[in-house]
Design a protein around this ligand. Structure first.
Ligand SMILES: [Zn+2]
Length: 279
């Protein structure tokens, strides 16, 4: 994904040549890999992925390369979910037949600034193992990246502090990590289950919850159909908030840090605008 490509570039600098398969303009769960992608992965020195079942399309892709090194456990693959504290790990075993696409815990872990730090470290360690000659440079780049990210983490925390505990609605359950970082929450989604489009019954539940709790925003992504969110916004007065989960999804998300910054700004704007209307 483009966010991972950005992180690898930040750490690898001039010693890496990075490209990505999942375009940020599409839902990362459902990407159709092209034959040229198979060739790209087959020849890559490193294949970085989200692990879990975020990219279920990844399994046939790595199989098609016929290259064991980029397959799970291979020396040229990097699962960025390693070392991340996952949220919403099911306690009972779920089945994909029910339509659920988050079977191993919520796989959208990369939209959390502390996890970003962890992922940057994981990438740095892997690059050092693959290219020990440039170890010092990778570590320096990691430090530069952390020095940019750390003050932003404090800034974001301070900005959202007065709004602690605010609840939002989202189309897809992709924001639990960002919400937990910001001290916000989401209890209900337009999708009745991850991967299942909104039903009239679900839309009604959402509208009732917005009215009952005074919820101010419906978090949406550009690649989902907007009719359900727009209808709910119209019926309730809540605002549709477009957030990004990948670098390049919107022009404002130039890199990982500016993407998180954009998301925080959007949430704050929705909270503040609605606050003003009320007073
Ligand atoms: Zn998902």
């Amino acid at each position: 994904m483009s966010t991972f490509a950005d992180l690898v570039k930040q750490i690898g600098g001039e010693y890496v040549d990075v490209s990505y398969i999942a375009s940020p303009r599409f839902n990362p769960h459902f990407i159709e890999a092209k034959p040229s992608d198979v060739v790209k992965v087959k020849r890559a020195d490193l294949f970085v992925h989200a692990g879990l079942d975020l990219e279920a399309w990844r399994w046939p892709l790595v199989d098609a390369t016929g290259n064991a090194e980029v397959c799970p456990g291979g020396s040229k693959e990097l699962d960025l979910s390693k070392g991340i504290e996952l949220l919403e790990v099911p306690t009972t075993s779920l089945t994909r037949a029910a339509g659920d696409i988050h079977l191993y815990g919520n796989p959208h872990y990369w939209i959390h600034p502390e996890n970003t730090k962890k992922m940057a470290e994981t990438i740095c360690n892997k690059l050092c193992a693959l290219d020990p000659q440039h170890e010092n440079i990778f570590h320096q780049n990691l430090e530069i990246f952390s020095n940019r990210l750390n003050p932003k983490i404090s800034e974001w925390k301070t900005q959202v502090k007065p709004y602690e505990g605010q609840e939002f609605i989202a189309y897809h359950n992709a924001w639990v990590y960002l919400m937990s970082f910001l001290g916000f929450k989401i209890e209900l989604f337009l999708e009745p289950k991850p991967g299942i489009p909104p039903t009239p019954k679900q839309v009604e539940l959402v509208e009732n919850r917005i009215k009952e709790k005074g919820i101010k925003g419906i978090i949406h992504s550009d690649y989902y159909p907007s009719n359900a969110a727009d209808a709910v916004a119209k019926a309730t007065g809540a605002k549709v908030i477009i957030l990004c989960q990948n670098v390049g999804e919107l022009p404002e998300a130039k890199d990982t840090i500016s993407m998180i910054d954009y998301n925080v700004r959007q949430l704050m704007t929705a909270l503040q605008q609605n606050g003003e209307t009320k007073s």
